[in-house]
Write a protein that binds this ligand. Structure first.
Ligand code: DX5
Ligand code: ZN
Length: 222
């Protein structure tokens, strides 16, 4: 089934001194979701921000807060992220031993549940938890930093994920090195939610960049 194409700008590349204004600008620029990258310096080699920052920007927009947790252990923080304003909580398949339990916990909090796959993790790692999922996030770089180069081998994984979720109500998101140059390829492979950080924030006109990515994805989407 065809799912709507959504653009989810990552605020990791925003000017943190003016974060509220940046989120407002994304809202007005036509972002569908706001992608929020939480890093713990343990699961990934970088530290970003946590719940208080999400809570602070929650009043600025009504758009879906797409919270990407690159943290381990994750279970003990789920409730706090739900309370801070997350609408969709994505955890990493590699981040803990009991993924099925984690996904149940996210849904029990009334939130949509996502799982992210590192580049080396195969699509079939999620084969037995599909009933618990609203979104699969295929990392197209190794998580931890913005501004990295897209890994072309991930196109095959996106296509495998698309086959695996066929007929189900599951979004396929891509994250890392996405821009107008590869939006068409990832959409054709099966992704319908495109995260972009540096591509959007490097542009002087966020709206124009979001439109360019959307147009590139829509033009050859299946
Ligand atoms: C990487 C993050 C991404 C990152 C994307 O660990 O999950 O969301 O911000 O940034 P770009 O689009 O610059 O690769
Ligand atoms: Zn992310």
């Amino acid at each position: 089934m065809a799912r709507p194409l959504l653009i989810s700008p990552s605020i990791l590349a925003a000017d943190f001194a003016r974060l509220g204004d940046e989120v407002r600008a994304l809202d007005e620029a036509g972002a569908d979701w706001i992608h929020i990258d939480v890093m713990d310096g343990h699961f990934v080699p970088n530290i970003s921000f946590g719940m208080p920052v999400i809570e602070a920007i929650r009043p600025v927009t009504r758009k879906t807060f797409d919270v990407h947790l690159m943290i381990s252990p994750v279970d003990r923080y789920l409730e706090a992220f739900a309370r801070a304003g997350a609408d969709l909580i994505t955890v990493h398949a590699e981040a803990g031993p009991h993924l099925d339990r984690t996904l149940q916990a996210i849904r029990a909090l009334g939130k949509r549940a996502g799982v992210s796959l590192n580049p080396a993790t195969p699509a079939h790692a999620l084969k037995h938890v599909l009933d618990r999922l609203d979104l699969i996030l295929v990392m197209t770089v190794n998580p931890g930093f913005g501004g990295q180069a897209f890994i072309p081998a991930m196109l095959e994984k996106i296509a495998e994920v698309r086959e695996m979720v066929r007929g189900r109500n599951i979004d396929i998101e891509v994250d890392g090195g996405i821009g107008r140059g590869n939006a068409g390829a990832v959409a054709r492979a099966g992704a319908n939610v495109l995260v972009a950080g540096s591509a959007i924030f490097k542009s002087p006109d966020y709206g124009a960049e979001i439109r360019a990515i959307r147009t590139a994805a829509a033009s050859i989407a299946v």
